[in-house]
Design a protein around this ligand. Structure first.
Ligand SMILES: Nc1ncnc2c1ncn2[C@@H]1O[C@H](COP(=O)(O)OP(=O)(O)O)[C@@H](O)[C@H]1O
Ligand SMILES: [Mg+2]
Length: 331
């Protein structure tokens, strides 16, 4: 059966027009989210992950705007729409979870009421009693113990993990077709992080929704995602199915991200980090954006830009000399 994409991004460019010049935060991104799949978007801080999804959600703020490209959600073009226009068109079909739940929850309103309001905004035909019942039900589903009691808590009375569960409940209550989670667990400790991620996967399995999971940690997405995009300096530099990306890593940047994942048995002080920093987007190198940090870079890497190209089915890389893997070939 042919796979249908709930979201299709083509040639997306989102720039910031600052006093110092034009910042190409998102510079020609193509990205597909097939129905029912969990897709990872990975890269260091500042590489354009949030601006990509803010472009989808109509949340870019001045002086930033979408300058080019197409964003199709469920077959409809939504590129460049404002948040309120988007709400009319997609409404409850796309939900987003942000990194810091404290900033997206209202501190003076009980959390149960906030989740209920989200539901009632999208469906006015539901009675208050029915809505309350649905909130308790979703609280149970996201693993909030004593849901009736938590309903009446204020955000500050809950732990970080519980607040993030409330945010997930709020994002899930309208049964979205697409959930976008922008570093949803970065502020949490690793045990809670694992629980929250497992929960998202369970909810996907149960409801068939699609998920776009954004993180700077490639380790986080390994067991959760079906397919991964790696972003660097506003561009996709590698994309592949998860196992392929890990087994046949082609871009030195992806390799650097993999080498910096802490693993059991690996000495923490021998942990590899990618040398240097993400380049200033106002002063990108002429050639490959990663050339100044790449241990494998040659002269041509500095001289000429490089396109994304397919090196095996479903696996693309933006590098003129991708890492080669010696295959063990049986005879
Ligand atoms: N208000 C702004 N003005 C100018 N440039 C900005 C602004 N906000 C973000 N940017 C640029 O967009 C880039 C990408 O930011 P972002 O998408 O938030 O990165 P990520 O989510 O990957 O950490 C930043 O490195 C910065 O150069
Ligand atoms: Mg971000």
């Amino acid at each position: 059966m042919e796979e249908k994409n709930i979201l299709e991004i083509r040639g997306l460019k989102s720039y910031f027009f600052t006093d110092n010049g034009v910042v190409p935060a998102v510079d020609g991104v193509d990205l597909d989210i097939p129905e029912g799949k969990i897709i990872g978007l990975v890269g260091e801080s500042g590489c354009g992950k949030s601006m990509t999804v803010r472009s989808v959600m109509g949340l870019l703020k001045y002086p930033g705007r979408v300058v080019e490209g197409s964003i199709r959600f469920d077959g409809r073009e939504i590129a460049g729409l404002k948040e309120n226009e988007l709400r009319d068109i997609c409404g409850k079909d796309i939900s987003m979870i942000f990194q810091e739940p404290m900033t997206s929850l209202n501190p003076v309103i009980k959390v149960g009421k906030q989740v209920r309001e989200t539901l009632l905004i999208h469906d006015r035909s539901i009675s208050r009693e029915e809505a309350d019942r649905r909130v308790i039900e979703i609280f149970k589903k996201v693993g909030i113990s004593e849901p009736e009691k938590r309903f009446n808590s204020y955000p500050h009375q809950l732990s970080g993990g519980l607040r993030q569960r409330v945010m997930i409940a709020m994002a899930m209550i309208c049964k979205p077709k697409l959930l976008i989670a922008d570093e949803p667990t970065t502020a949490l400790d690793v045990t809670i992080e694992a629980q929250i991620l497992r929960l998202m996967k369970e909810l996907r399995d149960e409801t068939g929704m699609s998920v776009l999971l954004i993180t700077h940690n490639l380790g986080v997405v390994a067991e959760l995602c079906d397919y991964i995009y790696v972003m660097y300096a506003g561009k996709i530099v590698e994309q592949a199915e998860t196992f392929e990306l890990f087994d046949h890593t082609a871009h030195p940047y992806t390799q650097g991200l993999l080498d910096s994942i802490p693993r059991i048995g690996r000495n923490a002080d021998r942990l590899h980090t990618i040398p240097g920093v993400v380049p200033n987007l106002l002063h990108l190198p002429k050639g490959c954006a990663f050339c100044n940090r790449c241990e494998l870079a040659e002269k041509s890497c500095h001289d000429q830009g490089v396109e994304l190209r397919e090196i095996s089915p479903g696996h693309k890389v933006r590098c003129i000399k991708p890492i080669e893997h010696k295959e063990v070939t049986g005879s």
